[in-house]
Design a protein around this ligand. Sequence first.
Ligand code: MN
Length: 480
Amino acid sequence: MDKITLEKFYEQIKDYNEYDQKKIIKAYQMAEELHKGQFRESGDPYIIHPLSVAYILSELRADADTVCAGLLHDTLEDTKLTKEEIVSNFNQDVANLVDGVTKIAKMNFSSKKEQNLANTRKILTSLRNDVRIVIIKLADRLHNMRTLEYKKEIKQKENALETLDIFVPLAYYIGAYRIRNELEDLSLKYLEPYFYQTTLENRDRLEKEEMPSLQHMLEEITESLKKKNIISNIKIRTKNIYGIYKKLSEGKDLSEIHDLFSLKIMVPTVDDCYVTLGQVHGLYHVVNNQFKDYICTPKPNMYQSLHTTVFGKDDRLVQAQIRTFDMDIIASFGLPAYWQLKKGLTRNDMQQMLREKFQFYKSLEEIDTSFSNNKEFIEQIRRQLLTTRISVYTMKGNTIQLPKGSTPVDFAYELGPEVGNSMQLAVVNDKKVPFNHTLQNEDRVRIVTDPTQTIPNPKLLKAARTIYAQQMIKKFTPNS
Ligand code: MN
């Protein structure tokens, strides 16, 4: 990764309006002055770090206040600047953001000390207050991971583990795939250096081999869309190393990974997406069970796209990801990108969107309200949020994400308390199953209810695994 220069940064913020640019430059000048004489472990002047964080934020198209807070994010901690001075030079929002980031600066997730537990809780619950605090924290972590080579080996491993544990899931929850993929690969590089290097080499070799035929497909598709009067932009993408690592550890071979290579096809409208799907299926043989319509039913982090896998040249599997240009921005940058798409969104709009549309938020709120003890809070977060999640389908084909190990009871309450309370039996993939049946990824689940029943069956409590379901059952059970 090239070092960010001030020239590059100024070039990057050109898309912001004049007022915002002035504000951002003022924040830069202030940060530079305040950090004067401080250095990074790399030997660079300290300012390179906040500058890089702000650069990442502006790449995400975050609003100007967030970019300013990125520039100032270490000033409260490491310099004489006060929160009041940030308010008077900028505004309350910038001050709150910097303060929010500072309060969670010194956390350490691997340790069990009460202070650290409290800090961990702060970062997670700061989402409830202002999601931008977490976005700045992610940018901060990304730059620290990019410059991890200057740290001692033990610190590298510790940071890499913590990144996989906390920051990768957070990036996923807000839909910031580009950051997630990079954080995953950087972590793996330090945790499994040998594997990382060999896989990187194998992948690059294979990519070189396949490039001409992928390029050929790209041209064929572009041509066929032109005939339909659809303007498209197609990019060739190779899976990230960590993604390959996960598939290989499941026992798969490189050639069996159905999305090792993908063609990202971007078109103007949703209608165009479906026309494109038809064209792709007309040109190539389809791998039958790999079609997914995330446009109709977005992933819980708001990712939208059509996925289909086809046989390319020499029967090489190639995934086509078809989406609109706007969906692509969301898929790359996640929640922060809504600022770019709907200029003028306020913090309250963002918080509301988070609350209504991002499924994990509800669980976070639940856990935060239910556990005042920090240790219990973190344990629940680990068990329910920062754990592997499975996706199961409703009969209508909607995706519901649940922690691994969840049962039909958890699924029922996820659909709504009234579904859980009136639950009679559960059917998974057309077979009746007991309440405590463990759901698997991609299961299709149907809950048979009796609408006249409003009090949950007492047997449900034992079968519930998620806090939310357990609490709902207790809440609606008389005398409990
Ligand atoms: Mn920092």
